[in-house]
Design a protein. Structure first.
Length: 369
């Protein structure tokens, strides 16, 4: 073989080796380039409901995707003055997805997102005015908590109807963190579900004015129980833990929220767990895993908001534990029927979103004890 041909062949082989090496290096680098996902908690973990459910979602994303994703949870406290600096700081870092939730955080997150158009944000349990192409780098997900609460109302009224310990009380209670649409969405769904069982049901309604003041939650919970409330429904995050403590102290009952609060308290405080009849679930974890799945597929609809409910498994009610023991066969059947009809659209649960204050007041006044 001529030497020139040999040199050409050797040169081509060498180039091929270099190309193969470069390809392997690029592949290895790509394998190491994990998505970086950050959850901002504008409060604190340990609420045994809302934020803990979001944290669970991050844990599930990590468990599902392993080395393909790097995750972190950052607690930034409940002082709103610290939220913008925290969001600005993390937006300067190399996070691929920055996740935050609650109505209270939405305006701040939206303002920061406008300053960092190349960053991607997920806002949960709130929305933004996306009209006209605004916020193209933000995806928002809200929940049909009214649907889960409707099931909770059926359960609570059903327990009273079937004779939950006669000395427990004769009415229902509701404790909200704040008098805002997302909390009143729980309320109107709960009342509608209870009225489907007992049309003239009475519901005592109170707001803590805070999502963190457990002492205030306990004070209001004790007042409700002493006024004749048998079962109090809490939609108040950490403030709601106060009413759970009040249920323990008085021997009355409580309907938990967001997470399975009977299971959560089973080891840390069995006396509280024994008073939790069930929990209305807002599966923030399910929605965050779903959102990240779509993000990985390049299908997450940034620049828009979605609302998920029973049909997507994003809300529901716990049907194990005390529920299994306390709920009558009639009540369980009513809940199963309502679940099917809500998911199919046959039952349309009223929502507080779009209601004015007068309409909300009319609903509260109609069930006032």
């Amino acid at each position: 073989m001529p030497k020139s041909v040999t040199r050409v062949a050797l040169r081509r082989a060498a180039l091929g080796l270099v190309s193969a090496t470069a390809l392997l290096a690029a592949t290895a680098a790509g394998a190491l380039a994990a998505d970086k996902v950050l959850l901002l908690v504008n409060g604190a973990l340990g609420d045994k409901s809302f934020f803990d459910s979001a944290n669970k979602g991050i844990e599930e994303i990590k468990a599902k995707y392993g080395d393909e994703v790097e995750t972190k949870v950052l607690e930034i406290g409940d002082d709103p003055t610290g939220w913008e600096p925290a969001l600005l700081e993390v937006s300067e870092q190399d996070w691929d997805l920055i996740i935050g939730g609650t109505f209270s955080l939405s305006e701040t997150l939206g303002a920061v997102a406008e300053q960092y158009p190349d960053k991607k944000y997920i806002l949960f349990d709130a929305s933004l005015p996306f009209e006209g192409g605004a916020y193209p780098n933000v995806y928002a997900v809200q929940y049909k908590q009214n649907e889960g609460s409707y099931l909770g109302g059926i359960l609570a009224a059903g327990l009273l109807k079937s004779g939950l310990p006669s000395d427990a009380g004769t009415s229902l209670g509701f404790l909200g963190g704040m008098d805002i649409p997302v909390i009143n969405d729980f309320l109107v769904g709960y009342i509608a579900g209870a009225q489907s069982v007992t049309p003239d049901v009475k519901v005592s309604v109170a707001y803590a004015g805070s999502f963190t003041d457990a002492a205030k939650g306990k004070e209001l919970g004790l007042a409700q129980y002493r006024s004749g409330v048998a079962i109090g429904f809490i939609a108040a995050s950490q403030a709601g833990l106060g009413q759970a403590a009040a249920a323990k102290e008085t021997g009355k009952f409580v309907l938990g929220v967001d997470s399975d609060q009977e299971a959560i308290f089973a080891e840390s405080d069995p006396a509280i767990a024994s008073q939790v009849v069930s929990s209305v679930l807002k599966n923030v974890d399910v929605s965050l895993v779903r959102a990240y799945d779509l993000y990985k597929e390049g299908k997450l609809p940034f620049g828009s908001a979605e609302t998920v409910g029973l049909a997507e498994g994003a809300v529901g009610i716990v049907e194990t534990g005390n529920y299994e023991k306390l709920a009558s066969a009639e009540t369980k059947a009513a809940i199963a029927d309502a679940k099917a009809k809500i998911a199919s659209g046959e039952i349309v649960v009223p929502t507080a979103f779009g209601m004015d204050t007068a309409a909300i007041n009319a609903i509260r006044d109609a069930v006032r004890p």
